[in-house]
Design a protein around this ligand. Structure first.
Ligand code: NI
Length: 230
């Protein structure tokens, strides 16, 4: 499932994150690439241990923690601390690859199985040419270029690339999620059920003892009990 999360960052948070990352010192993006992806990766990244990266990362994680849509769709068990990249000039593209299955966070030694990949766009799409995130999967090919502050979640099992940025610069945050529910199809089902229950609750005007709402909410939690690992 491909899911857009609109306005993951508030305008004020977006501005702060942009100020932090745009004024920081950048390094070659191959620092976190695997053997195959290093051959096709040509961008720049913010070093994980810098002060700017630390503060910007905290802002992104805080924003994620209040997003109902993010929680319901990703059911996160572990999140790899968000990273930041930029595409432009001579370092402007990332060819086809599949993200490594397990990322090990160097500072903590924690492993994160990458069930979901996430890109949070930080630059207004009118400010650069190219730079589409192209995701190929069984559902076909999707070219994604979102408003600054919006985020896209996609299965880490997908082949994907970033098209060359031919004008301007494209800044983004990216990270991976290990989900409590490993299988994409199961997560999809739980997400649909959760969203339906939420709108049903609105339609029943908050009558929380509505028998259908009670039973469906029970189904949701019993499926989670069957499928979730914590
Ligand atoms: Ni990737």
């Amino acid at each position: 499932m491909l899911l857009r999360i609109p306005e993951a960052l508030s305008p004020a948070e977006l501005q702060r994150v942009r100020d932090l990352v745009e004024n920081a010192d950048w390094v070659d993006g191959s620092v976190t690439a695997g053997t195959q992806s290093a051959q096709v990766k040509n961008n720049r990244q913010l070093p994980e241990d810098g002060e700017a990266a630390r503060e910007a990362r905290t802002l992104v994680l805080d924003a994620l923690s209040r997003s109902v849509l993010f929680f319901s769709s990703a059911l996160p068990r572990r999140i790899y601390p968000p990273l930041f990249n930029r595409y432009g000039g001579a370092s402007n593209a990332f060819g086809n690859h599949i993200d490594n299955a397990v990322r090990t966070h160097r500072a903590s030694g924690n492993h994160v199985r990458t069930d979901l990949s996430c890109t949070l766009f930080l630059t207004d799409p009118g400010a650069y040419e190219g730079g589409e995130l192209v995701i190929e999967d069984t559902f076909g090919q999707q070219a994604v270029k979102l408003a600054a502050g919006d985020m896209i979640l996609y299965p880490s099992s997908s082949v994907h690339r970033v098209e060359p940025v031919t004008r301007g610069e494209r800044f983004a945050s990216f990270f991976w999620i290990e989900s409590m529910v490993r299988e994409d199809e199961r997560r999809r089902l739980l997400f649909d059920l959760d969203m339906s229950i939420m709108s049903l609750r609105q339609r029943t005007a908050g009558r929380e003892d509505d028998p259908e709402v009670v039973r469906l909410t029970g189904c949701y939690h019993n499926l989670m009990r069957m499928w979730a690992s914590t």
